[in-house]
Design a protein around this ligand. Sequence first.
Ligand code: GDP
Ligand code: IMO
Ligand code: MG
Length: 422
Amino acid sequence: MPNTILVGAQWGDEGKGKIIDFLTDEAQIVVRSQGGNNAGHTIVIGGDKYVLHLIPSGILRKSKICVIGNGVVLDPVSLVGEIEGLRKRGVKVEKNLLISDAAHLVMPYHCALDGQRESLKGSKKIGTTKRGIGPAYADKASRVGLRTGDLLRPDLFKKKLSRRIKENNVILKSLGAKPLNAKKVLEEQLVAAAVLRPFIANTAVFLHRALASKKSMLFEGAQGTFLDIDHGTYPFVTSSNTTAGGACTGSGVPPHRIDSVLGVMKAYTTRVGEGPFVTEEDSLGDMLHGMGREFGATTGRARRCGWFDAVSTRYAALLNGIDEIAITNLDGLDNLEVIQVCVAYKLDGKTIEFPPTDSDDLARCKPVYLEMPGWMKSTEKARKFTDLPPNARAYVKKIAELTETKLTIVSIGPARAQTIRL
Ligand code: GDP
Ligand code: IMO
Ligand code: MG
């Protein structure tokens, strides 16, 4: 299998975990390179559901190596909980997991700051996952962050962390939040550090050795293109580069060693949190929520839903260099008589082909829809492309045509078997 970066082409939750799990059969190494436990990647195997937040989805397949790269921000206590949760369910998490010594740590003051800043913003809030992601990346950029490598030297880590707690308690108090109990934080972080120490390594060196021995790699993107700190709907974004380039900086694997970029797109659009959403359609959300679908894997929040937006996804294809696409959740549209696809935006009376950079401008855009006939038939038992109803085939082909990409995977259910390879 070629070295492949898998990215979400919308606002996250496209079904990346499911597609990674499907493709891992053919790859040897799965790498997370950005984001943190704001991610929630769902995998269903034989009726058992797993939600992974920090650990790459390859962990559920035997003899695959999973790498948490330097670009990830990692909450030690949360990661230990995830490791223990998997082990309790019989999943091996030993030498098959490597954690970069250069990954930055998410500390309890990051979570407290995230929560407090959100509540102070009131109606202007971002709607973050409150996992401390923004403040942790801010500390990294400010060059005051703690890194996973610090966990290898407990005495020094204790000193550095004590200083950081002291400073952040001043900030927390100035924002009207409760300061942290330094002793308690130190204690719990040192316990987590002891569990994580055996996994910590220079993962860039590991990946280069693996490249030299022709091992194939899958880069598991977290979040989605329009949550990217540079290319997303700023400020309603996350704090990392979720687009394909982030996989290289976040792992130490150079761009020329990447062979392919696979974009994952839902057959409709969802978004959690605030921010502009041109094709938002409450009636579609009501239908999907009524089916028990589209509730966040990390926070449980109901996801906002809307029609497929070919304007933004075509732009996502350009930003990421998407060669191939996987369309997921096609079965979510099974009961609709007509389906809308957004093919252009209107802004101030003018038709535009690309989303405007400014979020306020984007919020003023009106969708231009192409109406397509639905198929009114269950697709969940389809196993070959030709098993899909003709209108469903026409719909996914249209998406590939509009986004100027090659369709290679269609997903019609959460299980591994519910995946059609073209
Ligand atoms: P991720 O963050 O991109 O990995 O996606 P999430 O796991 O947060 O959300 C995707 C949801 O859709 C999960 O509940 C998956 O089990 C589910 N899912 C993925 N693909 C399909 C599909 O084709 N059909 C259905 N019904 N569910 C799917
Ligand atoms: P996966 O990997 C969907 C959203 C939050 C919020 C914004 C900023 O499962 O697709 P943050 O906590 O990152 O500072 O929140 O980003 N967000 C996600 N939305 N899927 C995700 O991850 C997300 N991770 C963050 O809802 O709008
Ligand atoms: Mg998710």
